[in-house]
Design a protein around this ligand. Sequence first.
Ligand code: LCV
Length: 259
Amino acid sequence: MALTVTEIRGPIGIVTLDNPARRNALGKQLVGEVIAALKDFSERKLRVAILRAAAGSKVFSAGHDVDELPEGGREPLGWDDPLRHLIREIENFPAPVIAMLEGGVWGGACETVLACDLIVAAPEVTFAVTPARLGVPYNVSGMLTFLNATTPHIVREMAFTAKPMSAPRAEHLGMINYVIPKDELEAFTMSLASGIADNAPLSIAVMKEQLRILAGAKPMSPQGFERIQGLRRVVYDSRDYVEGIRAFKEKRKPVFRGE
Ligand code: LCV
């Protein structure tokens, strides 16, 4: 059974996350369908892609599918993780990707949305960066996505508190482009997309790629990278990591002991 719905309206492709039973968790199948849709849009040379959840969704996406995370002793967010593939596909898609949001945006879905080129959200939308809730050591390129979307203090606040941030505050901070009433959201987003689609696609594609390369051009020494990977291993080898995942699955509050 498909977990997404794909639609093409002229030069605009729309992918709708539609797995409400698991709150659109970013599991291998759902991510695979989104990636396949983006590849199809690229082959058709569509000029804008819109990523959304089904109308009226209370949750845009609950983030990484926790049941697909390793239960310790292994890199949880490695290069080949579906979430990492999704982020790269959005960043490499040769046209703007607009996130049109209703409902809560959690964990890896936050990064997915922030990797999009423009973000339009209903006022009720919230954004929660959740690694600290689960005991997960988020990965380097993921943290860079957050750092490119806002200031270090705001990234620290979201990462350390794991508390949802409202869409109006996110807009005030410049993290998202627009907050639009839910009943006007689709029309507004389609109008925004149509305006972009009327502009020169080659110029837009090269500016998007320039911005991607410049955003990733952060110096990090091999020693610095190795130190981070060593620190992350300590976390995903920890008892806290196992406790975080187990507590989620057992639907109880985790008890983290710092070991
Ligand atoms: C699998 C789920 C999920 C889910 N995976 O509905 O950023 S990191 O590092 O943390 C990264 C590793 C990451 O993204 O991890 C995931 C972070 N996400 C979260 O912490 C959000 C977890 N979900 C929730 O807090 C709630 O589900 C929300 C608030 C999103 C929705 O609450 P609601 O009461 O509407 P339920 O919690 O009852 O969830 C409905 C079903 O979806 C499953 C959940 O286990 C439940 O399944 P069952 O019906 O089988 O019990 N589900 C929800 N989120 N991330 N499965």
